[in-house]
Design a protein around this ligand. Sequence first.
Ligand code: NOJ
Length: 760
Amino acid sequence: MTNTLKIILASAILFTFTFCEPKSAPKNNALTEAVINQKVDSVLALMTLPEKIGQLNQYTGDNTATGPITINPNKQQEIKEGLIGSMLNILGTKYTRQYQDLAMQSRLKIPLIFAQDVIHGYKTTFPIPLAEAASWDLEAMQLSARIAAVEASASGIHWTFAPMVDIARDPRWGRVMEGAGEDTYLGSKIAFAKVKGFQGENLNNVNTIMACTKHFAAYGAAVGGRDYNSVDMSERMLWETYLPPFKATIDAGVATFMNAFNDLNGIPATGNSYLQREVLKGKWNFKGFVVSDWGSIGEMINHGYVKDGKGAALAAITAGSDMDMESNAYRNNLEQLVKENKVSMTLIDEAVKRILHKKFELGLFDDPYKYCNPEREQQALNNPEHTKIARAMASKSIVLLKNTPLGEEKGARILPLSKNIKTIAFIGPMVKLKRANHGFWAIDLKEIDSSYIVSQWEGLQNKVGKNTKLLYAKGCDINDDNKNGFAQAIATAKQADVVILSIGERWNMSGEAESRSNIHIPGVQEDLVKAIAATGKPIVVLINAGRPLIFNWTADNMPAILYTWWLGSEAGNAIADVLFGDYNPSGKLPMTFPRVEGQIPIYYNHFNTGRPSINEDKIYKSAYIDLPNSPKFPFGYGLSYTNFKYSDLKLSKNKMKSDETIEVSLKITNTGKVAGEEVVQLYLRDKVGAVVRPIIELKDFQKISLKASETKTITFIIDKEKLSFYNEKVEWISEPGEFDLMIGSSSADIRLNSIFELTN
Ligand code: NOJ
């Protein structure tokens, strides 16, 4: 990291933790658990059954709907009657105040909770979550969630539907953009950091919002990567791979959970008692509340799990879904179900209490307008510190995929670009886009224009001096077959010393309901790359996407490639920082990039099989006859403008008992000429297990920064937890035996190895 960026980040962290508390913020008046419980009981005692059921209803408001449009012309009246507990998609203090006013006209004046999908920023938009995950920088990710909470809370929002912690091994699934990728260990660390960021120290602080862990559970394993599809998996796989990030958010104190659209082994997650009652509220002792996904209670009719809305309401409340988002199933059926003694009052009360509890924790009973201060909103949404933090986060999320030497001048590479280049041609359909840089799940702030978003073109303009001439050509559109723009793009490239080509998928080709069967670069964009390559000019390719894409020709033929995802409001500046070496790229892929769709699902921590293909041999081996097994780019991969040498691996001992630990130390040296950051990754393999174990598994990592020629010693601790796994009875155990220790720069670039033994 350059010194300037380091200073920005350090001062940003200091700023956020020290000064984000607005002047008007009340002192921390957090009530004790016992007092809250007492207050909840006293409110509950006053409530009629319709009022109780009302607390369990959530409806969408007037802003852009984030699910199938529903119409309920009586919402406002129902709020006045105390029949709605929460609203989503109402943004801005002006509007949240109006709605809270309605709630204050109700008999018991129970405040509404305002929810929103604040996924990667509010006004200041950070990289999409998959891109942030590529930073492997937990502190930075916590900070981006903190800023999102500061802005959203100032704008009237109490609750975000984030983080999405679904492990995803299928890049066809559009929602991979919203999670942390394929790895359980990395995903769990990020899930924890995100909750801490959103919720801050205490929910009673006015600049915090409730987080919501979603989608419980296993939504990321939808068959064929098709959104909303079924999931079928062993209980052991569920526990080992998919549930740990959910548990990590419980450890971080998450306030709420959202269930999921999918069925899991034949039972819709929304009506799944095992997941919600047995695991979440039982084994994990979760005290918050569970909201359904949009309409997912009603959708149990389509699943063929229940006959009608009444059956859906019964199944969901019984299974532990506390709040109904947009199904109308609770509103229309719960009262009758209680009258028929099919749903007990205790069941209703339990759900209501969980929701009221959060309203007390947020301090809304003391002051329902606590989050409705327009002055504070104005300040928070126009804070230049937030912009700096977004720029640093975006730079950290970029992954350098390729930077090969150019030939003649030995060792010379295109990147970083020199600031003395005379003419640069910036070509491609993404170059001048503004809002697209936000990617999917950006907040639709209708009253704010997009001038604050820095396009890639503007970022380059901001970066170069007046001696550099910038040329532009669009070349083609993102997703059609028209090549009419090629001639002009080629002519433009010919006038330049260096070409930057910006290609990729449209911002909303990944996201909810955006699964793709073909994950190649869409349209004729790779033909454009070929056409520009024919000019013989040095080319840097930027790939913008919400998932791993396939771009084999570009990957094989272009000398310099940066994976730039969707980076948020500071995209242009961050890309320019990396292009010119003001930030040395440090991102590492959080998902495996396949060569072709036929390899999917492809993930690094697979089993060995009985016939493993070593060195890609195929005869009677677990292989494809028409494809290598290896991916195009492996998990954990990413280059830097410098090089790192790994050396001096030492283990404090080679045998450990299960109540002991081994300290692992090694040296990392920056052998290049510029400062840089490296993500040192520690992987293990349990060589023989009661159930077969992955050939390699991430168990720890550290992101360190080193000046040119600097050496640092880093240490990791191996304990029993890192050596444990779920056996066939789904018990968390460790077994005596040998383990391979592998430390490297990616899952496929192991630099240091050792073996140690667990003796009991
Ligand atoms: C459906 C999505 O699956 C969920 O993640 C989101 O929070 C809700 N819609 C609300 O927008």
